[in-house]
Ligand binder design. Sequence first.
Ligand code: LLP
Length: 456
Amino acid sequence: MAAPSAASANAPSLPDPSFAALLAGRPMLSLREGALHVEDVPLARIAAVAGTPCYAYGAGTMQARYRALKAAFAAQSLAPTICYALKANDNLAVVATFAREGAGADTVSEGDIRRALAAGVPADRIVFSGVGKTEREIRYALSVGLRQINVESAEELAMVGAIAQALGRRAPVALRVNPDVDARTHAKITTGLTENKFGISMTVAPALADLCRDHPGLDLVGLTVHIGSQVGHLEPYRDAFERLAALARELLAAGHPIRAVDLGGGLGIPYRDEDGSRDHHAYAAIVKDTVGGLGLEILLEPGRWLVGPAGVLLARVVLVKTGEARRFVVLDAAMNDLIRPSLYDAWHGMLPVDGALHAAPLSPADVVGPVCESGDTFTKGRLLPALRPGDLVALLDAGAYGAVMASSYNTRPLAPEVLVHGSRLDVIRPRPTYAEMLAQDHLPSWLAPPPASATG
Ligand code: LLP
């Protein structure tokens, strides 16, 4: 068994990249006339329209990334079906941006499937993943005619088979195998080790394939693998895809009519200047080398790579507190808006929106939110200029696993989301009002306030 790697995506010893380096690596962002822009829209204008904190996404950046990924595969003479992983950012407008490019969708719940369909993704380009699909969800997936259900265990295969049989259908299933490969990413987002809850052991898969052949409710259409997320070293992909290819050959030789291999997602992005490689051309070359010769359709499930760099979390400085030992910059954004730093010790770049501050002298600061937990810290000891209350800052690479993981902890409204397209700006999810938030709760009658007449 492969041993889990201790490697985290964020080695704390790296020096922070300069503002200029952060900008240079992010074509979506630019300083124009002294103001930070997302594509052609100044972030200050976004703050004026949507308020802060808010998420701002660049549609042109998403389109460019989708096209770049497609082109990297075309250069290898491959035309994979790119099933955008909705879990990274499920806003309908974001999903629709990819749907317009021809993307399919990787979904993990009935809600995800409904979103993908509502955004215009054809059902036959939607895959359904996840370790705990409920009976209701499986039934729903079959009723809308999804492309395939990625099955995670023998138990789930039996469940899907029984449900499909009862409905008089054959469920298109792909077996998700666990290749026992260490993706060398953060322990909380690695998935391809036997100790992880995901997938079917490679040794058991052939027997399950035989079971599908004999089952009236099952149609084995493919194999799938997903080794983890924020993968920053490509060799684990080569290992995993080689093992998948070997299994596919074995099943094809045994007469199983599999049509596709689904290679999952996980390709990382540079948040800082981590070592390793997240190069999509090299990734495409590995896919070509390993599964390109099988003659099977290839599916991919990228999330973060497509949307992560296409979003920022825009926040305003509430106050700057001079502590005894440190300077605390308190933002109006908090861990409930972007939980990655608290949950994974994730590092996100941070840029002042006022270009004049990019050239100002720097000193270390801890950047925190207003929530009453010490974990509500975006970064410690970050070199920043003398920020003042009211200044705007952008937390970078927040397009993936940002808004989707937000909560209304502390009765803080979910941050709104804005989509920029060239020079236009649309609010694609408004900030809920307090009235809307309070209206979600219902007081049982025995707790309802007594009528005014009874109180006198
Ligand atoms: N396919 C499957 C089966 C997955 O489990 C995932 C992610 C993806 C595709 C998309 O992976 P991506 O290309 O986005 O890496 N919340 C964490 C990431 C969790 C990823 C879970 N699965 C974070 O903020 O880093």
